[in-house]
Design a protein around this ligand. Structure first.
Ligand code: KIV
Length: 274
């Protein structure tokens, strides 16, 4: 079991060590100082300032309206509350459409205290990933269901079910790792594909709806507190941890989630896709 309280500030090296030892790490979204503080003192290694804020905070029906200014605002508040978790920040829709734009956008978030930026996409991101990596900006590559591409995907559904798609995803994940990606995040893919990609890559893989074999797990905070806005359909991979809260409250729910991930009790088959 990994415990942040015994590890000090979390870095990419910590996550690499967790993977090498066959342990697990937990990640959760946060969008402000208060929750960043509660999460980072509950044994959760990674905070994502996710563009999901467009849906859970701003009331949009997708992440597309979120701007870089929005992300900078929330990133600044999260940094103030954080107590040693690694902070990853999303580059929002159309803020990394070209290599130069990705550098400018990522720099804006790093200046506010992000430790890593997350970009959604596959092999087409290799050049930007290399550029960022070479200039000292760690990249998390988000593959599988990529919500910023929802209009091309046609809906929030499982990706990589068909063998050709699965093979292509594995190849593109390797390309992004070779380009310098420090972490891969896999959303909504079958369990066996999540396992294969995790075993194939040297870098840590975080899953959301990608089965129990990935090195880390992530959830949207509102989902695991059971307060998903009613306008959003709760996905199968979500578990509400409030009933298991160690203190009956929100901090206890964060602790219960961290423990369940560290002990590999979450996600179960009921939260995964065959
Ligand atoms: O923006 C976000 O919250 C995310 C998670 C769904 C992983 O990207």
């Amino acid at each position: 079991m990994s415990s942040q309280s015994t590890r000090g500030p979390i870095s990419i090296n910590t996550l690499n060590t967790i993977k090498r030892r066959g342990e697990k790490f937990a990640a959760l979204t946060a969008y402000d100082a208060l929750f960043a503080n509660l999460i980072s003192t509950s044994g959760i290694e990674v905070i994502l300032v996710g563009d999901s804020l467009g849906m859970v905070l701003q009331g949009h029906d997708s992440t597309l309206p979120v701007t870089l200014d929005d992300m900078v605002y929330h990133m600044n508040t999260v940094r103030r509350g954080n107590q040693g978790s690694l902070i990853m920040a999303d580059l929002p829709f159309m803020s990394y459409a070209s290599e130069n734009q990705s550098l400018e956008s990522a720099a804006a978030l790093m200046r506010c205290g992000a430790h890593m930026v997350k970009l959604e996409g596959g092999a087409w991101l290799a050049a930007s990933t290399r550029l960022l990596f070479e200039r000292g900006i760690p990249v998390c590559a988000h593959m599988g269901l990529t919500p910023q591409a929802i209009n091309r995907l046609g809906g929030y559904r499982v990706q990589g079910r068909n063998p050709d798609q699965a093979t292509a995803m594995i190849e593109e994940a390797k390309i992004l790792q070779d380009a310098g990606a420090s972490i891969l995040l896999l959303e909504c893919v079958p369990t066996n594909l999540g396992k294969e990609i995790t075993e194939t890559l040297d870098v840590p893989v975080i899953g959301i709806g990608a089965g129990p074999h990935t090195d880390g797990q992530i959830m949207v905070m509102h989902d695991m507190l059971g307060i998903t806005p009613t306008s959003i359909r709760v996905p199968k991979f979500v578990k509400n941890f409030m009933p298991e809260s160690t203190d009956g409250g929100i901090k206890g729910a964060f602790e219960a989630y961290a423990l369940a991930v560290h002990e590999n009790r979450f996600p179960g088959p009921e939260h995964s896709f065959k």
